[in-house]
Design a protein around this ligand. Structure first.
Ligand SMILES: *Cc1c(COP(=O)(O)O)cnc(C)c1O
Length: 375
């Protein structure tokens, strides 16, 4: 195979156990949106369920339907939809929907009425992220309206929730203020006579470093896949997480070129002396960021190299000097790092981004191979 992303489902299982331990008495929601952060949504969901996650979470209704289509009937939440989306199938399939405004409440109510079923919802408050969620001044009226619908049997308020802005910066005061805001929002909920079963706020970073953000449930994404939410939180190893993805390729061609030879588009790399170039058949269409041109690390036969010159759509080139590398040899692009190969964290640094983007933006052209699990 030209190149592939190998997904270690046993690592996902191990990470879920680690996060359940960190969550203590709180339930765990494993986030499998965006194709399981690039790891394959359905196999990741199965591995997470097998390891005991109580909930699964996705962004979009169509992601939730795909989880249901795979045979999963357990607790499942979706939080992002457009005003024109028909949510009837979600309600019918017991997908729990986020509601952050009166308009969204109306949209979910319409779906519930259409299918003649009560819609399970999680009311969302903006405690300071400045993204989705009702602002505190709109919150009491949203809670009131939802309670009215609940009294009439149209919706069931399962949860109240919010999302953290800076949990990956343990020293920032933002998380503390958001926790306070969340408590205030919960007080308003109690005053309205609503008793949701699940209050939830924390993402991976919140789960790992802010015990008082855990409430009744935590929502973990990146850590499920074995990656740290940020350098200030720790490394995969220090957090007890195992990166689940390993991306490999085969050297497509090795050739000798003279000194002074320009390499790849724009000749942004030029050989200093007679050397060999190895052609690796992956490029930005496969998710190797072009912004990492000249910097992305990889290893061949245990030796580290950096990409030489510009990352092209389908291929990269590496100056391997006089190494005895042949076409067909294995290239380690990134992985857990346990055998000296680069990590997604190192790729993120080389590309000026975060590990989330490295794994999530792997292209659909790169085959995913799932190992070590029931899936
Ligand atoms: C993606 C997402 C998460 C998971 O965040 P991580 O940092 O990957 O743990 C949790 N909650 C919401 C609302 C999200 O969109």
């Amino acid at each position: 195979m030209r190149a592939a992303a190998e997904i270690n489902l046993a690592a996902i299982g191990s990470n879920v156990l680690r996060l359940k331990a960190a969550a203590g008495d709180s339930e765990l929601l494993a986030v499998v949106k965006a194709d399981g952060y690039g790891h394959g949504m359905v196999p990741s969901a199965r591995a997470a369920r097998a390891a005991g996650t109580q909930y699964l979470g996705v962004a979009l209704p169509e992601e939730a339907i795909a989880v249901r289509e795979s045979g999963d009937g357990g607790p499942l939440m979706a939080w992002l939809y457009a005003p024109e989306d028909d949510l009837a199938e979600c309600v019918e399939r017991r997908v729990e929907l986020s509601v952050a405004s009166l308009d969204q409440l109306q949209q979910v109510v319409a779906a519930a009425v259409k299918v003649g079923q009560r819609a399970p919802i999680h009311l969302k408050v903006d405690t300071g992220l400045g993204r989705s969620g009702a602002m505190p001044d709109q919150w009491p009226s949203l809670v009131d309206a939802a309670r009215g619908r609940q009294d009439r049997g149209v919706v069931e308020i399962v949860g109240v929730w919010s999302h953290l802005a800076s949990a990956d910066e343990p020293e920032s005061g933002t998380t503390r203020r958001q926790i306070e805001q969340f408590h205030a929002a919960l007080d308003a909920v109690a005053e309205a006579g609503v008793e949701p079963r699940l209050r939830h706020l924390a993402n991976s970073a919140g789960t790992l470093v802010h015990p008082d953000a855990r409430f009744d449930m935590v929502r973990c994404g990146i850590a499920v896949y074995g990656l740290s939410p940020g350098p200030a939180v720790g490394t995969s190893a220090s957090l007890g997480l195992i990166p689940a993805m390993r991306v490999t390729a085969k050297v497509a061609l090795v050739k000798r070129v003279p000194g002074g030879h320009g390499v790849s588009y724009g000749h942004r790399y030029r050989t200093r002396r007679s050397t060999q170039l190895a052609l690796i058949p992956v490029g930005y269409a496969d998710g190797v960021p072009r912004s990492g041109s000249g910097r992305i690390p990889l290893s061949i036969q245990g030796v580290r190299y950096s990409v030489s010159g510009t990352v092209a759509m389908d291929q990269i080139v590496v100056d391997i000097g006089d190494a005895k590398v042949r076409a067909g040899d294995d290239v380690q692009l990134f992985g857990a790092g346990s055998h000296g190969e680069p990590t997604a964290d190192e790729w993120a640094t080389a590309c000026g981004t975060i590990n989330y983007e490295i794994v999530t933006r792997l292209g659909p052209r790169l085959p995913r191979r799932h190992l070590g699990g029931a899936a």
